[in-house]
Each structure stands twice: as C-alpha cells, then as structure tokens.
Ligand binder design. Structure first.
Ligand SMILES: CC(C)(COP(=O)(O)OP(=O)(O)OC[C@H]1O[C@@H](n2cnc3c(N)ncnc32)[C@H](O)[C@@H]1OP(=O)(O)O)[C@@H](O)C(=O)NCCC(=O)NCCS
Length: 239
C-alpha cells in the first residue's frame, strides 16, 4: 500500500440472534436490544454493536471487550442517539495513548457493516439491492436539479451515497437530503453541490457493496487517495 493512502477498514457480518451474543453484549447493550420490538431488528441492533466494538478493537489487536461505544446527537446533545464514537475500556497503557478510530455503522436485513478509520470522519450506509423505495422518494430525497433515477436500484444508490455523506458529517437526516446534489445513481459517485455549513468537505465518496445482494456507499472527510479493506466477521461466540 502506498504510504500516502488513507486506510479505511470495513467490517461486515451476517446478523445472528441476540441470544447467540448474550455473553458478549454489555448490560446496556442487552437492554438496548431488548427494547427493540421487531425480532429481526433486535438481532441486527445487537449484531451491529458487537461488530462495532470488534472493528474498533482490531485497530489495537484487541477484542470487543476492550471497547466502549458512545453516541452523541449534535442537534439535541443527547447521548442516547446520534453519531457513534468509541473509547478504550481496560487496555494496556500504550493502547490507551492511541486514539480510537472514527467509526460509522449501518444495518440492513440480515447484514451489518462498520467502517473505521483514523483518516477522518467516516460514514457508511447499506441497503438490500432488491428493495423497493418508498412512494414519493424522488420528492423527498432528490434536489430539483438532480436527474430522475432510471430505476429503484439507482435510487438506492443515491440514497446510500447521501446517507453515507450525512452520517460522516455527523448530521444524518437532520440535514435535508435535497440540499445535497449528486450525480446520477447509475453513474460513478459524484458530488455536484453540498451545503458548506452542514457538509464542509473535502469528501471522498465511493460505492461499497459488501456482498452481491447488498449495495452501499462510504464517505470519508479527507483529501487524498483512500484504500479500503473489506473484511468479514463471524459474530456468534465472539468476546
Ligand atoms: C443517520 C440515520 C439516517 C440512520 O438511520 P437508518 O437508516 O434508520 O439506520 P442505519 O442502520 O443506516 O444507521 C444507524 C446508525 O446511524 C448512526 N447515526 C445516527 N445518527 C447519526 C448522526 N447524526 N451522525 C452519524 N451517524 C449517525 C448511528 O450509529 C446509528 O446506529 P444506532 O442506532 O445503533 O445508534 C438516521 O438515524 C438519522 O437521520 N438520524 C439523525 C436524525 C436527527 O438528527 N434527529 C434529531 C434528533 S434530536
């Protein structure tokens, strides 16, 4: 790898039942998962939390138990939702002195992904390729100047690109996605216009499909060539 490249790691995993993660989840994480009504979503939430701690821990050669996750909402200040971050729990002194990486996570049916990097703020999003978008998508998501997508796959592309950027900016849908103008979803990603106050760059934006049936995008606030390593994690039984 060229020394000048900015490394990003994307970990992905098939979701596993929350019960299979019982001895890995913290008490707080168990409570959080238990509060989710839908079983599939509950498994995805639990899986994403373990994957996120696993992904951060791997930067120091440590397991998920070495990592604590946090959230912070830039809009209301809540620590119960919003942009994720991580800190070290009980780790050797040399690790404690090293920064935890920036991280971003996303869930879709049956699959979770986590992007980590020390290069800058990062955002990731994934959707199932076969999914259909909600009615009125173009009116809610697209700027007036953006071309109408050729099909729903192109819409999902645009959606994941916008979500990845908005997550990397720490704002999510607190920012109206119509203020962000991208090139067509069936072409390579291109940022044509981004609101400077909410989305100050520079930005690297690329598509990232962890598996054939899932499409996604990755955004990194940084300038320079980016190298992305994609790695699969088997979740059940991890500590
Ligand atoms: C970011 C967002 C688009 C993701 O929603 P989604 O498509 O349902 O879910 P995904 O699986 O793609 O991603 C979920 C993750 O997004 C991340 N996320 C949430 N808010 C975020 C933010 N402001 N910045 C960056 N990432 C954020 C979290 O890590 C979240 O995981 P968690 O639920 O375990 O905390 C949505 O949560 C959002 O817009 N949130 C902000 C809305 C807001 O600001 N509301 C004001 C509240 S006061």
């Amino acid at each position: 790898m060229d020394h000048a490249t900015l490394p990003v790691t994307v970990h992905w995993a098939r979701t596993v039942p929350v019960g299979a993660l019982a001895d890995v989840l913290t008490l707080g994480e168990r409570d959080r998962a238990a509060a989710v009504q839908n079983e599939e979503s509950r498994d995805a939430v639990a899986s994403s939390l373990v994957l996120a701690r696993t992904a951060v821990g791997s930067w120091a050669g440590l397991d998920a138990g070495a990592v604590e996750l946090h959230r912070h909402c830039p809009r209301c200040g809540s620590r119960a939702h919003g942009r994720p971050s991580a800190s070290w729990r009980t780790v050797p002194d040399d690790v404690r002195r090293t920064p935890t990486p920036h991280l971003s996570l996303a869930r879709t049916t049956g699959l979770v992904v986590v992007a980590t990097t020390r290069a800058g703020a990062v955002g990731i999003d994934v959707e199932r390729r076969a999914d259909r978008v909600f009615g009125g998508f173009d009116d809610v998501v697209l700027a007036g100047t953006e071309a109408r997508p050729v099909d729903d796959e192109a819409r999902l592309r645009t959606w994941t690109r916008k979500e990845a950027l908005l997550k990397a900016a720490g704002r999510g849908l607190d920012v109206d996605p119509r203020t962000l103008v991208l090139g067509p979803g069936d072409e390579p990603p291109r940022i044509e216009e981004a609101p400077a106050d909410a989305l100050g760059g520079p930005w690297h934006l690329q598509d990232l499909d962890p598996v054939e049936e899932v499409l996604g995008a990755l955004a990194l606030r940084a300038h320079g060539p980016v190298s992305v390593r994609v790695t699969r994690v088997q979740l059940a039984g991890r500590r």
